[in-house]
Design a protein around this ligand. Structure first.
Ligand SMILES: *Cc1c(COP(=O)(O)O)cnc(C)c1O
Length: 398
């Protein structure tokens, strides 16, 4: 909790910050490679912690960005006209229903600023993307975390239980967040379940369908939020250039919705929230089909490689259709994470700083899980070998 931080507590002005803001535990990002090099003196680091594209960025985007090197004294196009036109053409969207964000994270926060506040509720599944809880809390609203499917569920362990979410909607529910596929589990909902859910949600409740990883799914029957927009005027679909497009450093994403919702989001949007270079890079990346296809194929192969390796070692994995896989390593995730850092491998420990256990000694939640981004063949081998080494050391000392 931030109250124990050395930078708050005894500072009179800091104490005057909103109580629900002071109660926030800040987002913990993936550990940067430079930090690991500094702390452990290791080189040749493999970072598979933040679901970045291991192939880099679209070459077309890199070229466009360099060519578009804008006059630094001129503000970018605050309306993002060219990128909205490109998105509109590519996906058949009404440009008036597109909201650009400084990463799609920015769009999620616009939704929270516009629709959430004290006395209002946001609803999401257990194991949902961490930002939903943060955005809800910073708006002073109440987060309702709906229990997910049990770890023993035959098809979708840890997946979002849409029937339970539907049952949890009440008169104060204003926003529902749902990622498909979800991070950090990789789990998904299919089209029939999603449509049945959207049909049941009252039309004055905003549903945010976060499709940050949808481009990795190569399945014609997988739900496409953009195609559902005409049917559901309360739907906001968010997508990002940070994942398959390989532009995480540029910070650019978007929301697509009915223009009436876009017009609301626009009121709480910073005027120049997307930089000129990010606009140019995103526009070029959007039509680099060769890079997209290459990224999708490499991911499918890498995901199969990691899934097979963990199955061979009897380490249970959560079904994933994203660019990462979440695996039960049978030990507290934080410990395994730390040991892997010494091997120069950065992954993401789940379930908080320390694992929790129930009365029978069974781990609660994802306390024994690591989320591992799919890397190149060589990176995947490195992480598997390092994990073998770490787990055999732990078995010896146990
Ligand atoms: C990575 C991610 C995002 C995208 O974040 P950006 O701000 O666009 O970089 C959004 N939602 C989920 C579920 C994610 O994992």
């Amino acid at each position: 909790m931030s109250d124990s931080s050395p930078h708050s507590g005894s500072h009179p002005a800091a104490e005057q910050a909103l109580s629900y803001v002071r109660a926030i535990s800040p987002y913990v990002p993936g550990k940067p490679a430079e930090a690991v090099a500094r702390e452990f003196g290791v080189t040749d680091i493999v970072k598979l912690a933040s679901n970045e594209n291991p192939l880099g960025a679209s070459p077309a985007a890199q070229a466009a960005m360099q060519q578009a090197m804008p006059p630094l004294n001129i503000y970018p196009d605050g309306a993002g006209f060219a990128l909205k036109q490109a998105l509109s053409k590519r996906f058949g969207l009404d440009p008036a229903g597109i909201t650009l964000g400084n990463g799609s994270n920015d769009c999620l926060e616009m939704v929270a600023r516009a629709w959430l506040g004290p006395g209002r509720k946001a609803l999401f599944s257990a194991y949902a993307f961490a930002i939903y809880a943060l955005a809800t809390q910073e708006a002073g609203a109440t987060a309702i975390e709906v229990p997910a499917f049990a770890p023993e569920h035959p098809d979708m362990p840890y997946g979002a239980d849409l029937a339970a979410m539907q049952a949890a909607i009440d008169a104060d529910t204003r926003v529902i967040f749902l990622a498909n596929p979800n991070n950090p589990t990789g789990t998904w909902v299919d089209r029939d379940a999603l449509v049945a859910f959207l049909d049941a949600v009252p039309s004055d409740v905003v549903v945010v369908l976060d499709e940050a990883y949808t481009e990795y799914v190569d399945d014609p029957v997988f739900p496409n939020g953009l195609e559902l927009l005409p049917r559901y005027p309360n739907l906001i679909v968010t997508r990002t250039f940070s994942k398959i497009y390989g532009l995480a450093a540029m910070r650019v994403g978007y929301a697509a919705s009915h223009p009436a919702l876009a017009s609301i989001m626009d009121r709480v949007r910073q005027p120049f929230n997307v930089s000129a270079q990010a606009l140019a890079a995103a526009e070029a990346a959007l039509s680099d089909d060769e890079f997209l296809e290459r990224s999708r194929l490499a991911n499918a192969e890498g995901l199969a490689q990691l899934t097979r390796a963990f199955a061979d070692r009897a380490l249970p994995t959560i079904p994933s259709r994203a660019n990462f896989i979440t695996v039960d390593v049978g030990h507290p995730a934080g410990q395994v994470f730390q040991a892997l850092l010494r091997e120069g491998v950065i992954v993401r420990p789940m379930g908080g700083p320390t694992a929790k256990y129930d009365a029978d000694g069974r781990v609660v939640g994802l306390g024994h899980h690591l989320r591992i981004t799919v890397g190149t063949d060589e990176q995947n081998r490195r992480v598997i070998a390092a994990l073998d080494h770490v787990l055999s050391n732990m078995a010896e000392t146990a």
